[in-house]
Structures are given as C-alpha cells and as structure tokens.
Design a protein around this ligand. Structure first.
Ligand SMILES: [Zn+2]
Length: 337
C-alpha cells in the first residue's frame, strides 16, 4: 500500500468514493477578452508574491509605519495586496508551498503576529490550527473572508458534511473575498477608503475577465471528458461553476491518506470514464496519483496549485495566474497534448 504524508490526525478508511456530478454543462461560450486581465496591481501596488519566498516581508528590517495585516495563507495575501496597494503591509502566516490544512504555527509566527493589526482568514474550518494564534493575539481582530458565501459540504469520509474550505478556487466567489477584504481594510484604515475601492473594483473586473476566460478554455474540452481527477477535493466550487466532474483521492489534505480502497475507486472511475489524465496539487506528494495513473492507464497530467501560490517565477505567482495554470494543465492533459 502506498504511503503518503499525513498532516495532523489521519482517519481510517472513509465510507465512499467521491464523485460529484456536474450540475451544468459548461457550454456557455463567451468571447475571450484580449489583454484585459493581466495580473498584478496597477497603480502602485507591489508585485504579488514579491518578498514572500520565506514568508517574510520585503520591507523586513526597514522602518515601515504602515499597518500590518496577516493572512493565513499566500493566496489570501495576494488578494489582500491587490486591494491594499501600498497603504498596508500584507504578509502570509504560512509560507509558499506550505501545507495549510494541518499547519502548526511556530514561535516565530507568533512573534511576527504580535505586531499585526488584523488577521484575514478563510474560514469554513480551514484554520483550526490558528485558534492558538488568535488566543495570543488579544485585541487583534480576525476577519473571515468567506462571510456571505454558501459553503458546499464535503461529500464523504471523516469530514462528511463540513464546509469545503476551497471557495477561493471559483473566480466568481473570489469576488466575495475581495469585497470582504475591501471592507476590512476600510475599517482598519478609513483614510484609504477610496484607494481600496478603486483597487477592489479593478481586481474584481480582472476576476470577471478570468471567469469568461476559463469558461472559454474549458468549453474546448469535449463534455464527456470533463473529469478533473486529482489528489485533494479542492475543486468542488470550480467544478460546480464550470461544469466539471470532480474526483479525488482524499477530501482535504489535513487527512491526506491513501488507502487501497480510495485508490481502487479512483482507478475504477478513471478506467470507466476513460479519463486520459490525472493530476495532483503542489503542496502534497504526487506519488499516489502517479500510481493511479500507472494502474489505470491514464497519464499523470501535472501539478495544480490550489492551497499555495508558487514562487514568484513559477507558474502560479498570483491567483489569476494560478487559475490559468490549472485550467491549461487540465485542458492539455485531457486533450492528450
Ligand atoms: Zn486544500
């Protein structure tokens, strides 16, 4: 039996294989906007991801009087920077590439957080590890960015019925995050209200353009082949919004554990649907999925970015590029190119 890293407490074999039928066919074709969605702040923002390689601000060591806002992971930091521009210092608690579901805060995380004026978290049960953090940060407000989003429940195993935390993976829902960030930053720094509004409007327009772009890309995949088979059940929101069928080895990385049953179910589905390629995410080992590929006759189609951005010079330096990378990886894998 293949062994896989386990973060946090593992769970015994869960009851069911997980396969979500697509709700709608993503046949809605909208013309691609040309050049309308280049990532990164315009109008003075810092390059997303800059200086974050070690989880440390690029202004560390220099005097910086701007308020410090922490986010629980790098994707939220990117979104917050898009809205904050230069007015607020934004840092992620977890580092690039970190496994974020079963994260254990370190003493240096706690020390760094002591200077923070606000923490932006995802919610939907993602940051159970942050409770200790918050307990030590009395008077520092934490704001939940999924506020207002209706969660999709996790469909099986130990997490049955709990909210799937990966709502940021739908560009449509990412706009809700942006509005929640704008409101939070405006509370923190009322004098920046107009700047935050302008930045949020611009970024939301980029997310809308991305939404149309992803629809166009995914419409190129023949409907029968629209199966997204990956390691973590992190694509439920994207699958719902873009008419994909999602299949995975485990529901959330916090209990990422391969069992013979889980693997057998995925192999059976891949064979039955003749899925040409299977995938995995950057923050966990791809070995179990490579074994699925070998045993099912599918190819291993590549690595998605979901829970963390890549390094600044990698394929997913910000959320917009992350989505493009994932969809292109999926499309190329399923097309066999
Ligand atoms: Zn995840």
């Amino acid at each position: 039996m293949p062994q896989h890293r386990r973060d946090g407490q593992g769970h015994p074999e869960g009851p069911r294989f997980l396969l979500k039928p697509a709700l709608v066919a993503a046949a809605l074709v909208v013309p691609l906007l040309s050049g309308g969605c280049s990532p990164g702040p315009q109008g003075g923002g810092k390059a997303p991801g800059a200086g974050e390689t070690a989880g440390v601000s690029d202004t560390a060591g220099a005097k910086d009087d701007r308020p410090l806002v922490l986010t629980t992971f790098t994707i939220l930091a990117d979104m917050a920077r898009q809205v904050a521009g230069e007015r607020v210092r934004v840092e992620s608690i977890t580092r690039l590439g970190a496994e974020i579901h079963g994260y254990e805060p370190t003493p240096s995380d706690l020390k760094r957080a002591s200077g923070a004026q606000m923490v932006l978290e995802n919610g939907f049960g993602l940051e159970r590890w942050a409770e200790r953090f918050y307990a030590s940060l009395r008077d520092v407000p934490h704001v939940t960015l999924t506020e207002g989003i209706t969660p999709l429940p996790i469909a099986g195993d130990a997490y049955q019925g709990k909210p799937n935390p990966h709502a940021w993976m739908s560009p449509r829902l990412a706009k809700v995050y942006v509005e929640n960030i704008r409101r939070a930053l405006t509370r923190l720094d009322p004098a920046g209200a107009a700047t935050f509004q302008r930045n949020a409007d611009r970024y939301s327009a980029q997310l809308e353009a991305l939404d149309r772009e992803l629809q166009t890309s995914l419409a190129l995949i023949p409907p029968a082949q629209r199966v997204l088979a990956t390691c973590e059940g992190a694509f439920s929101y994207l699958a719902r919004d873009y008419g994909l069928t999602e299949a995975y080895l485990w529901p959330v990385n916090a209990e990422s554990q391969v069992t013979p049953q889980r693997m057998a179910r995925l192999i059976a589905l891949v064979k039955q649907r003749r899925v040409p390629a299977v995938f995995c995410e950057s923050t966990v080992s791809a070995e179990p999925q490579k074994q699925v590929a070998r045993q099912s006759g599918a190819r291993f189609g590549g690595v998605f970015h979901v829970d963390s951005l890549s390094l600044p010079d990698g394929p997913a330096p910000n959320l917009l590029e992350l989505q493009r990378h994932n969809v292109e990886t999926l499309r190329a894998g399923l097309a066999g190119s």
